[in-house]
Design a protein around this ligand. Structure first.
Ligand SMILES: Nc1nc2c(ncn2[C@@H]2O[C@H](COP(=O)(O)OP(=O)(O)OP(=O)(O)O)[C@@H](O)[C@H]2O)c(=O)[nH]1
Ligand SMILES: [Mg+2]
Length: 295
């Protein structure tokens, strides 16, 4: 029988600007790739749960979309997600890229109304600068807000992550486990499949295509020999359809091949991935469409 009396648990929100390395950091802390990561900003659009369990402790990390000034409905939904995560969290990690340290006032404003929460400044990508440089940059941010502590990490090479994890653990209060101990995240497999296809859109296409697209899994059949997955790639405008498909279907074939490999690795099974491009004019601006696609 588990001893729930001495059990500790808590929610840790990972916040910051786009591209700061939030998703990379969460994946690294969990030792599992749960959240998609790319070199492009605004990769993450949902709250992604990452659950770390020990016998007497459970930490639920909440990866979030990068904080921006939203201009269309999809971005507004993304910022609502950030707001929910920071409200739910017991601990907040503000992730800052040391090479991009300008913090928008919007982020500090989020911190002013928060009581009874620990807020840590996490300077990330320290592999790119000297120690002194990182401290100078952190010093400027500390002038604007009194953080409970400042940590220096590289989510990419792992430096400082043990110390960060120990700091988080030391601040987790008593509470019951919220999820089964063998659970890593909460979304269903089809969610991660959609994310893995979307990750390839960010990696393979330039300019607006990744930002104007979303993935809709229309069929997911688990079969004995292989899983059959049919997915729609939704774009914003007719002209984007041709770009996505490419000459003679070359571009979408590459997308399909790359996504299939990553998904097969994830589900540990062969899959058949059937991709179709659909145009839904201005879906990003339409609240009901944005909701329909899961945002
Ligand atoms: N050099 C270096 N690169 C990093 C580090 N952490 C993350 N990156 C890179 O930064 C880029 C963005 O990483 P993500 O984890 O996707 O960033 P994010 O904050 O989740 O971005 P959004 O989801 O768009 O808000 C990727 O190319 C990462 O490989 C780090 O510690 N050092
Ligand atoms: Mg992310």
């Amino acid at each position: 029988m588990e001893n729930t009396e001495n059990h500790r648990s808590g929610y840790v929100a990972i916040l910051g600007k786009p591209n700061a390395g939030k998703s990379t950091l969460m994946n690294r802390l969990l030792g599992n790739k749960i959240s998609i990561t790319t070199h492009k900003p605004q990769t993450t659009r949902h709250q992604i749960l990452g659950i770390h369990s020990e016998e007497d402790m459970q930490i639920i990390f909440l990866d979030t979309p990068g904080v921006i000034n939203p201009s269309y409905e999809l971005q507004k939904a993304m910022m609502k997600t950030v707001d929910r995560a920071r409200t739910d969290a017991d601990i907040i990690l503000l992730i800052v890229d040391v090479t991009d340290p300008e913090i928008p006032g919007r982020i500090f404003k989020m911190f002013t109304s928060m009581k009874n929460k620990k807020i840590f400044l996490v300077m990330n990508k320290i592999d790119k600068v000297s120690e002194q440089e990182a401290e100078v940059v952190a010093g400027r941010i500390q002038e604007k807000f009194e953080f409970d502590d400042t940590l220096y990490v590289s989510a990419l090479n792992g430096k400082g992550l043990q110390h960060l994890m120990d700091t988080v653990k030391a601040n987790i209060k008593s509470g019951p486990p919220f999820y089964p101990k063998d659970m890593l995240s909460e979304q269903p497999v089809r969610f991660f499949v959609a994310e893995m296809i979307r990750e390839q859109l960010f990696l393979l296409y330039h300019q607006e295509i990744p930002y104007c697209s979303t993935i809709d899994i229309v069929q997911y059949d688990e079969r004995d020999d292989l899983d059959y997955i049919s997915a729609d790639i939704i774009v914003n405008r007719d002209s984007q359809k041709g770009i996505l498909i490419g000459k003679g279907g070359k571009a979408i074939k590459k997308l399909g091949k790359n996504a299939r490999e990553v998904i097969e690795d994830f589900v540990d099974k062969k899959i058949y991935l059937d991709l179709h491009v659909k145009v839904r004019e201005k879906w990003r601006e339409d609240p009901s469409r944005v909701r329909h696609y899961g945002y």
